[in-house]
Design a binder for this molecule. Structure first.
Ligand code: GCO
Length: 261
């Protein structure tokens, strides 16, 4: 028996049209899962589906906003009829707004909480209903370094991702008895379009992150695939409410002065 084999499982990845979501979806599909991708941009969805299909994966796409409860409910019902029940839910869709707390518009703060925290709650609640009936399921919430640490300009994101870590623990508390494992992945600093503005050559943050990360590099989206497969598979059947940090060691260290090797 292969503990990591996902053949016969259907995995829904929110925001699986690009970036980390796409890399994790690719990992799950390589382990045998059928993909259901959600997104909000039709052109990105089109490109993502042709990418997955080009790799020989079974994949379908649904366009809806995870913060809209009615739309989400309707789409989960359509997915159940058209494709079948969902075995693995990856709450990956997220946004960030970088603005110092003192000037951040409240409306922006609310939107970040809505997408990064309320969205995962809505999706988990909808999908867990099927999982409870089947008495099995895997939910993976994509957390962040900001589930543990603060940083200038990301108050809304840190509040949402810190909340998502606790939502993970709380859902695990409520649903573990139904054989549903709710866990999180906390990516460190990864090279994606989300971090592009702070990664450009010459940006002080680029050097800061490389210095701050014991592995001395940005993560590549593929670095997340193995953890996603683990948390989606039988291998993690008694793992509940954990956030696995895939961060090149950031959370293990206090950091070092920039003149130290
Ligand atoms: C930032 C970054 C982060 C990362 C990531 C870290 O501005 O600090 O964008 O928030 O995206 O989530 O784990």
């Amino acid at each position: 028996m292969n503990l990591f084999n996902l053949t016969g499982k259907r995995a829904l990845v929110t925001g699986g049209t690009h970036g980390l979501g796409m890399a994790m979806a690719e990992g799950l599909a390589s382990a045998g899962a059928e993909l259901i991708i959600t997104g909000t941009t039709p052109s990105k969805m089109k490109d993502a589906l042709s990418y997955y299909k080009g790799k020989g994966f079974k994949a379908s796409g649904y366009l809806f906003d995870v913060t809209n409860e009615d739309e989400a409910k309707e789409n989960i019902e359509i997915i159940s009829t058209e494709i079948g029940d969902i075995h693995i839910l990856v709450n990956n869709a997220g946004i960030i707004k970088r603005e110092l707390a003192i000037t951040m518009p409240v409306e922006d703060f609310r939107r970040v909480i809505d997408v990064d925290l309320v969205g995962p709650f809505i999706m988990s609640q909808l999908v867990a209903k099927q999982m409870i009936e089947r008495k099995e399921g895997k939910i993976i919430n994509i957390c962040s370094m900001m589930s543990e640490l603060g940083r200038n300009s990301v108050s809304a994101y840190a509040a949402a991702k810190g909340g998502l870590k606790m939502l993970t623990q709380n859902l695990a508390t409520e649903w573990a008895k139904h054989n549903i494992q709710v866990n999180g992945i906390g990516p460190g600093y990864f090279a994606t379009t989300q971090t592009e503005p702070i990664r450009v050559d010459g940006h002080p943050f680029n050097e800061f992150i490389i210095n701050r990360t014991p592995a001395a590099r940005w993560g590549n989206p593929e670095d997340l695939a193995g953890t996603a497969v683990f948390l989606a598979s039988k291998a993690s059947d008694f793992v509940n409410g954990q956030v696995v940090y895939v961060d090149g060691g950031i959370l293990a260290t206090i950091g070092k002065p920039s003149n130290e090797d």
